[in-house]
Design a protein around this ligand. Structure first.
Ligand code: SUD
Ligand code: ADP
Length: 280
């Protein structure tokens, strides 16, 4: 039987930038939660070592696609002699701060580690994943988490599983553009998780995204009339939080034509984790 492997989105429920490291990367404190809204991957094993992506993603050459890169990395680190034909049904907007690319890489690492019987531990997979992107480890880890460092120091948490209206302003914000911005606040003091959870949540990247991208400003201003709303990651997506699905759907129904979005629930166990535990 062919198994569908989910590759969920994430939200950064809060994101604070505490400093810049000598290598140029930024030290963060962020709260990751998954969305029950996922791309879907399928794998057909090959007896040769070829990795083929049967459903190329427009604008992303296969050699740069995190799906292909993750599979090759796993082959290298596990000394595996098998290959795979991989296909993806993509529903997550790309470059939107929902972590779709990182999530795809994580699903490939977790699924092929299982299907190829490589036997790598979660820690080993996270180490490989981190070389592909700062957000990959949390998707492998599979639990909502408070993250520090560049996102690799993870501590499980249980934020409330609210309903979200997630909206895309239609602009692409490259992650490096935000991190290279001179006006970015980089000196938010580090706080304990207990303090952070008791304080109002915000995102240090949001003021820059709103200032540089009028579409983001327009979107957040509109949503704030209805519910608490923030940027996720470095953008460009914005999420509004609701206690019920009906309340979120209701606001989406009232939205102007230019607002493109979807409604999904925040979940503390990744849909990928849920499938994996059913496999073993
Ligand atoms: C900040 C977050 C929060 O989730 O933003 P989103 O990308 O999800 O919006 C992520 O950690 C992003 O992770 P990811 O998108 O994987 O970033 P990477 O590919 O590793 O890095 C892209 C570029 O962003 C900058 N970068 C990234 C992460 C970080 N902590 N500090 C940085 O300065 C670096 O210039 C790096 O070359
Ligand atoms: N499988 C993939 N899915 C999405 N994007 C990918 C993939 N492989 C490589 N990329 C590249 O990674 C970039 C960031 O994608 P994504 O992870 O969706 O955004 P973000 O990090 O903003 O949440 C894309 O613009 C694309 O060029």
């Amino acid at each position: 039987m062919m198994v569908n492997w989910p590759s969920p989105a994430k939200l950064n429920l809060f994101l604070y930038i505490n400093g810049r490291r000598p290598d140029g990367y930024h030290d963060l404190q962020t709260l990751f939660q998954f969305l029950d809204y996922s791309d879907t991957l399928n794998f057909i094993l090959r007896q040769d070592q070829q990795i083929r992506l049967l459903t190329p993603i427009s604008g992303v050459p296969d050699e740069q696609n995190l799906i292909v890169r993750a599979a090759r990395m796993l082959q290298q680190f596990s000394d595996c002699h098998l290959g795979a034909d991989i296909s993806i049904t993509k529903i997550l907007p790309m470059g939107g701060g929902l972590g779709g690319g990182s999530s795809n890489a994580a699903t490939v690492l977790v699924a092929l580690n299982h299907l190829w019987k490589c036997g790598l531990t979660t820690e080993q997979l996270c180490k490989i994943g981190l070389t592909l992107g700062a957000d990959v480890p949390v998707f492998i880890y599979g639990h909502a988490a408070f993250a520090e460092g560049v996102g690799e120091k993870l501590q499980p948490t249980q934020p409330k599983e609210k309903w979200y209206l997630v909206a895309h302003p239609g602009v692409h914000i490259p992650t490096p553009l935000i991190f290279n911005e001179p006006e970015l606040v980089r000196n938010t003091p580090k706080r304990t998780l207990t303090t952070l959870l008791a304080s109002p949540f915000s995102n240090d990247c949001e003021p820059i995204a709103r200032k540089r991208f009028p579409e983001v400003e327009q979107l957040i201003s509109w949503l704030l009339e209805y519910a608490p709303s923030r940027l996720t990651g470095t953008g460009a997506c914005v999420f509004s939080e609701f206690d019920t699905q009906a309340a979120a759907v209701d606001v989406l129904k009232q939205a102007p034509e230019w607002l493109h979005g979807f409604v999904a629930q925040g979940v503390n166990t990744s849909p990928l984790q849920a499938i994996l535990s059913r496999q073993v």
